[in-house]
Write a protein that binds this ligand. Structure first.
Ligand code: FAD
Ligand code: MG
Ligand code: MG
Ligand code: MG
Ligand code: MG
Length: 549
């Protein structure tokens, strides 16, 4: 059945399908992992493969340390320094993990198969199609750039998502300078060639703008003295502020720093289209359209779902959603034995209010119809695990004791509560629900979490570790996934970085850059890449960046 579906929808005539690994009978459960980014790699690193047969499919046979991609665009760090071959990562384990360099084209949940194509990176050799059978599928394919269907973006803009993108940007920056110094150009033409535009004021766009500014002023200005005063960097943001997922203090600090540095920040502007020489944008405040000539545009406005994941969502009844949904155990909703993590999926949190009666019943152990303070305290621990928004609520309200929820309007502590009082106490907690950000931090923690579940499967079947089950969909052998936010960085150029750390700690001094260096050095996947990255940083300090094309 699966093959037929595939043949109808995907295979060009004459391409044959090869079934792999179907010959010998298998005892071990088969796990197929799609993707070797942050999510997939952290899963593979922590998975105990003594009881599983694991196969990995990814079109790139390396892991890329994405937080350093903006540094690759300007040669602060070399591309080779931030990638680690997948085969290095998987060979360390006791036993064998198979890796196939291929792209997954289709998932067939009914027959537990994925259909893949190899050879897509190779224009000459042609490609090969094969399928894999799984008992468990782990989808960690990340997301793709989102152009919001803006005309011309695909054709004329650069992206900053993959290692190749960063290398291409690096070459184009130099090309722009070389074009700008050609004799006989008007000043206007030189200015246009050296107008670098970044669309999107998120962390990636901001960091790239800062990197480029440093590159231009620290290195290129010396080599191209003729045109150094014609360089302009513009950041276009449709919202009112840049870095709007960060603390306000960081966001305004970044805006002020950019202003001092001469990076123009245009907020409240929406790009309508991009042609080979102009960006057409709308200035929201005045409703006017303007044409902006450019030398290079980097498009960095968030991410969208990959087409084959969209097809899969259609198949499992999630067609109306924007992004693949999982439950708190990272299981794909509407499927069995399938998991999704990282940027390609989002955890669908349940509201406390949906389950409030069930929670109350479970808490009221003596069936008295009311909860005593002890009963309330006791159930709250389980509620906090199952519904992370409760913890956030308590923290944001700066409540020292959870029982403060039970105070009446005069501020007196109640002795006991009935169901109405209980509903009232928790009525505002769901306002704190927010989806997890699309970050490496989330993907890596999810990978580690899922590996731990697989490693402890048998143990937890007999000895559940999960909280009390309040809801029918819940699973109580495992704790649900809980995210620990360890803070975020925004390098702003000039050896300055802003850091936002847990506990409302915000730091924007010069030494923050060193904190950033040490955190990123310590987060490298291997000693090899750690050595290379630190070496690149030292080289840059001593010799500056390389400016050959
Ligand atoms: P990815 O890491 O994107 O991995 C997806 C994997 O799936 C890749 O190996 C890909 O080759 C593979 N794949 C794609 N299609 C298929 C297919 N059809 N079949 C099989 N495999 C497929 N996050 C932070 O927390 N901090 C930062 O400082 C930070 N900086 C960033 C800077 C940049 C420039 C970028 C682009 C991102 C940054 N991020 C940062 C975000 C972070 O990189 C992502 O959130 C993270 O990579 C998500 O992990 P993932 O495993 O879901 O996806
Ligand atoms: Mg991944
Ligand atoms: Mg990655
Ligand atoms: Mg996600
Ligand atoms: Mg009671």
């Amino acid at each position: 059945g699966g093959l037929l579906v595939y043949a109808e929808s995907n295979v060009e005539s004459g391409k044959q399908i090869v079934e792999k690994n179907q010959s010998e009978p298998e005892k071990k459960k088969r796990i197929v992992v799609l993707g070797t980014g942050w999510g997939g790699t952290s899963f593979l690193k922590d998975l105990d493969i003594s009881s599983y047969d694991v196969q990995v499919v990814s079109p790139r046979n390396y892991f890329a340390f994405t937080p350093l991609l903006p540094s690759v665009t300007c040669g602060t760090v070399e591309a080779r320094s931030i990638v680690e071959p997948v085969r290095n990562i998987i060979k360390k384990r006791s036993g064998e993990i198979h890796f196939w360099e291929a792209e997954c084209l289709k998932i067939d949940p009914e027959n537990h198969k994925v259909f893949c194509r190899s050879g897509i990176n190779d224009n000459l050799a042609g490609h090969n199609d094969f399928s894999l059978q799984y008992d468990y599928l782990v989808i960690a394919v990340g997301a793709q750039v989102n152009t919001f269907n803006t005309p011309g973006v695909m054709e004329h803009c650069h992206f900053l998502k993959e290692v190749e993108d960063a290398q291409r940007i690096r070459r184009t920056v130099i090309d722009c300078f070389e074009k700008a110094v050609i004799p006989g150009l008007s000043e206007e033409e030189r200015r246009t060639n050296l107008h670098f535009v970044i669309v999107g004021g998120g962390p990636t766009g901001v960091e790239f703008a800062a990197e480029l500014h440093d590159y231009v002023h620290e290195d290129l200005a010396r080599i191209y003295p003729l045109v150094k005063d014609f360089v302009k960097i513009t950041l276009i943001q449709s919202g009112d502020h840049i870095l709007n997922t960060f603390d306000e203090r960081i966001s305004s600090f970044a805006e002020q720093k950019f202003q001092r540095d001469g990076i123009e920040v245009l907020t409240g502007c929406r790009v309508n289209s991009v042609s080979d020489h102009f960006i057409n944008m709308k200035v929201k405040s005045v409703g006017q359209h303007v044409e902006v000539p450019y030398g290079m545009v980097v498009w960095s406005t968030g991410v969208g779902t990959r087409p084959f994941v969209k097809d899969f969502m259609e198949q499992v009844g999630q067609g109306k959603r924007r992004i693949l949904a999982t439950d708190e155990w990272l299981r794909v909703k509407g499927c069995s034995n399938m998991y999704a993590l990282g940027d390609c999926a989002s955890v669908d949190q349940r509201k406390v209010m949906e389950d409030i009666s069930a929670i109350f019943k479970a808490a009221d152990k003596d069936d008295s119809g009311t909860l005593s303070i002890e009963e309330f305290r006791d159930v709250l621990d389980d509620i906090i695990i199952s519904y992370p928004q409760v913890d956030l609520y308590l923290k944001n309200k700066k409540l020292l004791a959870a029982t403060d929820l039970l105070r009446d309007s005069e501020g007196n502590e109640r002795e006991e509560v009935d169901i109405e009082g209980f509903k009232l106490a928790l009525s505002h907690v769901d306002s704190q629900m927010k989806s997890l950000p699309a970050t490496a931090q989330v993907a890596a923690q999810q990978g580690t979490y899922l590996a731990r579940c697989f490693n402890r499967w048998d143990q937890c079947k007999t000895n559940p570790e999960g909280p009390r089950r309040f809801k029918s969909s819940g699973r109580h052998e495992f704790l649900p996934f809980g995210y620990r936010h360890l803070g975020q960085f925004a390098p702003l150029g000039g050896d300055q970085a802003a850091a936002e750390l847990p506990g409302d700690w915000v730091s924007m001094v010069h030494s923050t850059q060193w904190l950033w260096y040490s955190v990123y050095a310590s987060k490298q996947v291997s000693w090899r890449t750690r050595y290379l990255v630190v070496g690149d940083w030292v080289r840059r300090y001593i010799f500056g960046r390389d400016s050959s094309r």
